[in-house]
Design a binder for this molecule. Structure first.
Ligand SMILES: Cc1ncc(COP(=O)(O)O)c(C=O)c1O
Length: 384
């Protein structure tokens, strides 16, 4: 596969600063899944989240971070866990790792994120059934924050622990708080297509030091303190490699540029495509998305004329432009057949509608204005 002549959705972007951190790690022989670069990366992430009240634990993936959060909460077999439906499967897979059961929540119309009304309905229904789930995984979709004022209020009122899946949202904020810092746990991902990459990696952001210590313990095979290898609990090998952390340090140096550029790309698509039958997601009015992926919503009249996200995806592919369908809602995935799902209203199933009508466009920070214009022109020409 070559990265050169195809316009990719969100390819990795080297800042040129990575090598010096990698060289340092090599010189010091820290070629292991711990070391000064891991410590420094955790500290730098907390700085970028503008918090002194949190603790960061680097891991080998964002999925691992979600798993560890559930593990710390002690989620048991057959317990239910609330989760956004419109998201990548990694948000919910860790629920299955624990043999627990997801209860999926629909999106709200404006942001496509977890709908507080649907959440409330789900909570009330579960209360009537006898047990309110103890945890909620709320996803900041495509870099846009959920409406946490309402979500936190519901969680607090009903004693639900919030896990903020901010895998796609590093650098975004909501009411001046950075995405990843809401709830008892936040999680970030640094896989290859994210706003910064460590080639693969993630981070658990903890509100309590005790949770962070427990996370460290669990990701290092749960080794007890003893002069030999003693284990009384099941653990995991989820640590981040020191070399990955070194890459992350170099990537972080240009985070501001990456966010600015992705926001500019979103605005350019919006302006280029204005007056055409497309919409874009809006925000809560109090949030600032990092615009990880610019995503287009086809107006219903287009679909009636057989101009669909799928036909556009194929036509763009023929022009060497990679686009991607919006996540297929998890409550519609065969893996999650027969799980509970709560719609945003009786008449409106927002997540399924966004899936039918949405298309993610190339959004990498290296995309030039003329490439954005070229993609926009191709999209407009497909309307004819
Ligand atoms: C919303 C969401 N949650 C979780 C993940 C999992 O992150 P990772 O790929 O680092 O395991 C991803 C990305 O891959 C994601 O987009």
């Amino acid at each position: 596969m070559t990265f050169s002549n195809k316009i990719l959705l969100s390819p990795p972007l080297l800042s040129g600063k990575e090598q010096k951190y990698i060289d340092e790690a090599f010189k010091q022989n820290w070629i292991v899944p711990l070391g000064p670069q891991v410590d420094a990366f955790e500290a730098e992430i907390l700085k970028s989240l503008q918090t002194k009240d949190h603790f960061a634990v680097a891991m080998n993936s964002g999925t691992s971070a979600i798993h560890i959060a559930l593990r710390i909460l002690g989620i048991q077999t057959d317990e239910e866990v609330f989760c956004s439906s419109l998201t990548f499967i990694a948000s919910a897979n860790p629920i299955l790792y624990e043999k627990a059961r997801p209860v999926f929540i629909d999106s709200e119309k404006s942001t496509w994120n977890l709908c507080p009304k649907a959440l409330l309905k789900a909570v009330e229904t579960k209360k009537k059934q006898g047990k309110i789930p103890r945890a909620l995984i709320a996803v900041d979709l495509y870099g846009e924050s959920c409406d946490y004022i309402q979500i936190e209020e519901i969680c607090k009122h009903y004693g639900i622990e919030l896990i903020e899946d901010a895998a796609e949202a590093l650098g975004a904020n909501y009411r001046d708080k950075q995405s990843g810092t809401f709830g008892r746990f936040g999680i970030l991902s640094f896989n290859g297509n994210k706003i910064i990459t460590t080639s693969g990696g993630g981070m658990l952001i903890c509100k309590n030091e005790a949770d962070a210590k427990k996370a460290h313990f669990l990701i290092t095979q749960a080794r007890d303190q003893a002069p030999y290898y003693l284990h009384s609990e099941l653990g995991f090998n989820y640590r981040m490699s020191n070399i990955s952390a070194a890459i992350g340090l170099g990537q972080l140096e240009t985070l501001d540029f990456r966010i600015k550029r992705r926001r500019a790309i979103f605005e350019r698509y919006k302006s280029n495509l204005s007056g055409h039958p497309f919409e874009f997601n809006s925000n809560t009015g109090f949030s600032n998305s990092n615009r990880w992926l610019s995503t287009l919503l086809f107006k219903p009249e287009l679909l009636k004329n057989n101009k669909t996200p799928h036909t556009f995806l194929l036509a763009l592919q023929a022009k060497n432009i990679e686009s991607r369908r919006v996540w297929k809602p998890l409550h519609t995935q065969p893996l999650f057949a027969q799980t509970d799902f709560f719609q945003s209203s009786e008449r409106s199933n927002v997540s399924e509608e966004v899936f039918e009508r949405g298309l993610c466009l190339p959004s990498g920070a290296q995309l030039t204005d003329s490439q954005v214009d070229f993609i926009s022109e191709e999209i407009i020409s497909l309307l004819k």
